[in-house]
Design a protein around this ligand. Structure first.
Ligand code: FAD
Length: 427
């Protein structure tokens, strides 16, 4: 008799709630990771950096648990059916997923488990508070960040954050498995560099003053680790407390967007959070979209951001806001196009945060920038990259004739987008 612990967005042993629960029971644990073909087959590039990141993470995980990690490549339902024929499985343990696909997948595995008399147990691990844990006094979900974060902090003060220690446990099934190579699952190295999985206390302390300047190493770069759970959110909240309220707030924004996704699932169906924004009449010019994607708009800060994204799989948050605003407001291109492009390119792509960021920029989101706020790329540059250090890194040809002329005039674009929003919203 064995239990299975199924790793997904929690690729670590330290402080992993579901794994801890599995190891605390009496049955030995078969640790499992599935390269899910439903997801992998849809990726446009065989050099996807996220697949490589996951592959590296599970290689380390496998070493950490003495070579016991069972790695499969296929459709999860078929993988579980197969495992059930080979093992006498008592229970399947895993951590909660909040995305549409993950919820459907888990429902199908849970159904299969029920049919076979196997218990399917899931745990909260990816966030500090989930589902209905942070509600207003009236029992409704928050849609504005500040009161949400106030309640979140009050709840945290009442709770002691658990640290699920299981690194000493050896209660694993003792078969050995062969870890497939990246090539075995049909992928190739991306050539991208992955950030380290730790942040210095000094960076957290200086975060409030440095975070908006893309030329400075002022943010943690931990997003990809939070995305795949190579770090525990609880460990980072513990580290943030007492050092930086501003950085703690960023971690709370992450919880906030998961909370929005849970309570307002229509955002997973390509709808605006505020449905009246779906009446927008976008221009959706394909050539301009291509220029934006390639970093050839003639606006240096926008181009630098897009080139950073294309070259590294990362973009600084301030610049994400600028390029998103530019696409939606200057070019009047549907925010969903930008959302999809980021989803393809960002190493830290996360549906809830990405959708939240894009709907923030387009004004259609919960606690969003108002529709009439149009970032001026020139002023943003003066404020946040005054010496052009960031821009010159990514747009070295800035002073030369080869650099494109602006694709659109700021003042004209501003007037055009305001008229479009007013028409859509009936203002
Ligand atoms: P830090 O500034 O050090 O923040 C620490 C952590 O807090 C981050 O790693 C992240 O997990 C979380 N965080 C910070 N800001 C936000 C935020 N606004 N919303 C949610 N979580 C946040 N973040 C993603 O993780 N995945 C995405 O797909 C994503 N898409 C975005 C799209 C747009 C248009 C915008 C404007 C923002 C997006 N963000 C996304 C949020 C933010 O830009 C990144 O989390 C941040 O830049 C990551 O860098 P860092 O790890 O150095 O963050």
């Amino acid at each position: 008799k064995v239990s299975i612990f199924w790793f997904r967005r929690d690729l670590r042993i330290e402080d992993n709630h579901g794994l801890f629960q599995a190891l605390s029971a009496s049955e030995p644990v078969l640790p499992l990771f599935i390269f899910d073909t439903n997801i992998l087959d849809r990726l446009p590039s065989k050099k996807d950096g996220r697949v490589e990141f996951i592959h590296q993470a599970i290689t380390q995980l496998n070493e950490a648990i003495g070579g016991h990690l069972c790695v499969k490549h296929g459709n999860p339902l078929a993988v579980f059916k197969d495992l059930m024929t080979k093992w006498d499985i008592v229970r399947i343990y895993t951590n909660h997923d909040y995305e549409r696909y993950g919820l459907d997948r888990d429902a199908s595995i849970s159904e299969l488990a029920q049919e076979k008399g196997v218990e399917f147990r899931t745990f909260k691990d990816q966030v500090i508070f989930e589902k209905d844990e942070v509600l207003s006094g009236a029992g409704t979900p928050y849609t504005v960040f500040t009161p949400y974060s106030r309640k979140w902090k009050a709840l945290l003060a009442e709770t002691s954050l658990p640290n699920f220690l299981s690194s000493e446990s050896t209660n694993y099934v003792s078969d050995t498995f062969i870890l497939p190579s990246l090539a075995d699952i049909g992928f190739q190295p991306s050539g991208l560099l992955f950030p380290q999985a730790s942040v210095a206390d000094e960076l957290i302390r200086a975060y409030a003053q440095d975070r908006d300047f893309p030329a400075k190493p002022g943010t943690s770069r931990l997003s990809v680790h939070l995305r795949f759970g190579t770090l525990s959110i609880r460990s980072l909240v513990r580290q943030a407390i007492g050092k930086s309220e501003v950085w703690l707030n960023e971690l709370i924004w992450r919880d906030f967007y998961f909370n929005i996704l849970h309570h307002f699932p229509h955002i997973s169906e390509k709808h605006s959070f505020r449905k009246e924004y779906d009446r927008m009449n976008w221009r959706n010019n394909e050539e301009e979209f291509k220029a934006w994607c390639e970093g050839k708009t003639g606006y240096p800060i926008v181009d630098a951001g897009m080139r950073e994204l294309n070259a590294t799989g990362f973009m600084h948050n301030r610049v994400r806001m600028i390029v998103a605003s530019f696409l939606v407001k200057h070019l009047l291109i549907d925010w969903r196009w930008g959302e999809a492009y980021f989803a393809e390119k960002l190493l830290d792509f996360d549906f809830a945060a990405n959708n939240g960021g894009w709907q923030w920029a387009s004004g259609s989101g919960c606690d969003a920038a108002p529709y009439f706020r149009v970032f001026n790329p020139t002023l943003q540059t003066q404020k946040f990259d005054q010496s052009l250090v960031y821009i010159k890194k990514w747009v070295p040809e800035l002073q030369e004739l080869s650099y494109p002329a602006p694709i659109v005039n700021h003042e004209l674009a501003r007037a055009r987008v305001l008229a479009a929003y007013k028409e859509a919203l009936g203002k």
